[in-house]
Ligand binder design. Structure first.
Ligand code: URA
Length: 246
């Protein structure tokens, strides 16, 4: 693209202002002075500096919630050629990526961004962001199973942290439950349910911190609201007042 357009894209000046910067000899391309119009640059390969400072395009930070269908991987590419969530967000220009993971066979809320600090804040174990799932199980659970899940079950020789667990069906024949955890161990919810003797034919994530899936259609995405971004970023979701309810 034209050098003046690139300088404007970097937020240094308007296009007209960029022309003046060029004409006054303040712009270098790959270390060489360019003080004439008509120079073309490749933003990926060429290094442009203004007054000795290397410039780069302003990065627009993007934060979205996607309703991931099952049978999609949450990686950017897949060696086995399976569909990836990237195909569902191909209408977004920025290079976003998933914040954390959902299993191939799990559906529901997946947050995606191009903001590395935000992704770190949401996934770092010390932030203890709650993730809430609705699980359908293969056999009716007993009250004692629910208590065991709440208290924590042994996975890989280590007990899971206390979970919030709410039966969603007839308390005598519990086939569906809502479970909130803040750890992010591999296939954690399915393995917790396995530990009490149940398979999980369907698992859907319905919330991450204060962000809920709501009625977002499957396979569709929406932008996060600023208040949702702020809450997730700053949130220490470990609410002590709730500890005894877990
Ligand atoms: N727990 C699971 O078992 N699977 C997921 O995808 C997320 C949490």
């Amino acid at each position: 693209m034209r050098l003046q357009k690139y300088i404007a894209m970097c937020g240094v000046a308007s296009r007209r202002g960029a022309e003046r910067l060029i004409e006054s000899g303040r712009v270098l391309v790959n270390g060489s002075l360019v003080d004439y119009m008509g120079c073309e640059v490749d933003g990926e390969r060429d290094e442009v500096s203004v007054d000795g400072v290397v410039i780069s395009p302003e990065k627009r930070l993007v934060y979205i919630a996607l309703n991931k269908p099952k049978n999609y991987v949450t990686t950017v590419s897949d060696d086995l050629g399976r569909p990836t969530v990237m195909e569902l967000v191909s209408d977004i220009n920025e290079r976003i990526y998933p914040v954390g993971r959902l299993d191939f066979d799990t559906s529901g809320l997946l947050i995606m961004t191009n903001d590395g600090d935000f992704a770190n804040a949401v996934t770092h174990p010390s932030h203890q962001v709650d993730k809430t799932y609705i699980a359908r199980v293969s056999r009716p659970l007993e009250k004692s199973d629910i208590e065991a899940l709440r208290a924590g079950v042994e996975l890989d020789g280590r007990k899971t942290a206390p979970a919030r667990v709410e039966p969603l069906s007839n308390p005598k024949r519990i086939f569906e439950l809502k479970i909130s955890i803040h750890e992010g161990r591999n296939r954690q919810v399915r393995r917790m349910l396995e530990a009490v003797g149940a398979e999980t034919p369907a698992l859907q994530r319905v919330a991450v911190g204060g962000v809920t899936l709501g009625n977002l259609p499957e396979g569709k995405w929406r932008r996060l609201k600023q208040v949702e971004i702020d809450k997730l970023r700053g949130r220490k979701n470990h609410d002590k007042s709730n500890d005894n309810k877990r």
